[in-house]
Write a new protein. Structure first.
Length: 293
């Protein structure tokens, strides 16, 4: 990097702590000499990164870019220091809300053909109730008609197959990484419709995934999202069956007057009805039968 850039950075910022150093560059925590505001200074041994586009745009997810310059070998970036916490284990409602934010933020990036290519828990920071996405060092601009990426970057385990030379990365690649990330963050909490959605995100072939984040968002906001899946409904239906049999045996063992027999038949019909699939009415009817017994 040219000496005048190094002099500018030294004049304007004071380096406080080296956060990361690797063969691809280094990351420093620094502060502005004039105001004392914290910033991140990065030197990345790569060019053609979309940091200048990030600087000129007002995106929701990325850190604000204050300064960006590149030469033939590397890129220097000064960006906002985001204070917050990295994501750890999430509940399904938490994951769903964060996923919806990610869909909105990624849509802004994808519309400008920016593909992050390195979505993972360590690159996501929760700032209050707002999710942020950092580290665009592996990001690239999608180019129509290109068959594969020039540089094969990303994190093993999170990157999709096409990111390793099997095609050009596109918005569906970020959707894949998003699915892997949230499966990990949910752990054993991953089930029901959300699991089905994340399974589709992480399909091996891009054509089998959601084709863009709008499709993913639509799946996350379906009116029946919280309804149990077919596999979850089966155990409940089995409980209904045994409960109905219990009521029938109860009626057969005893002699009743006609009104009470009618009541028991109504209870039997309700016990096997679709209405009780929600579980609330089922518990109420079950309590009634236990009182009669």
């Amino acid at each position: 990097m040219k000496e005048n850039v190094a002099e500018f950075l030294k004049f304007r910022y004071e380096k406080l702590k080296l956060l990361k150093r690797s063969e691809r560059g280094e990351v420093w925590l620094a502060q502005t000499r004039q105001s004392g505001d914290l910033v991140i200074i990065k030197r990345v041994r790569a060019v053609g990164l979309p940091y200048d586009l990030l600087r000129r745009s007002k995106f929701t997810l990325p850190a604000k870019i204050f300064y960006c310059v590149e030469d033939s070998e590397e890129t220097v970036i000064v960006e906002e220091f985001i204070q917050g916490e990295h994501l750890h284990r999430l509940s399904e409602p938490q994951a769903r809300q964060i996923l919806l934010q990610m869909c909105d933020g990624l849509k802004e990036l994808h519309e400008q053909k920016i593909i992050h290519r390195d979505i993972k828990p360590s690159n996501m920071i929760l700032q209050g109730e707002r999710i942020r996405l950092i580290d665009f060092d592996a990001a690239r601009l999608y180019k129509d008609g290109k068959e594969e990426d020039t540089h094969l970057l990303g994190t093993k385990g999170y990157a999709p197959p096409e990111q390793y030379g099997q095609g050009q990365t596109d918005p569906r690649s970020d959707i894949y990484s998003l699915g892997v990330t949230f499966k990990e963050l949910l752990g054993t909490n991953c089930g029901g419709r959300l699991k089905d959605i994340l399974d589709k995100c992480t399909a091996y072939y891009p054509d089998d995934r959601f084709q863009d984040v709008d499709e993913l968002k639509d799946a996350l906001t379906l009116e029946d999202f919280d309804e149990p899946t077919l596999t979850e409904q089966e155990p409940r239906k089995l409980d209904m069956f045994f409960f109905a049999a219990r009521v029938l045996l109860f009626v057969m063992r005893r002699e009743f007057h006609a009104p009470l027999i009618v009541l028991m038949i109504i209870i039997l019909l309700l016990a096997t009805s679709q209405t009780l699939n929600s579980g609330e009415n089922f518990q109420e009817v079950q309590s009634t039968v236990e009182e009669l017994e």
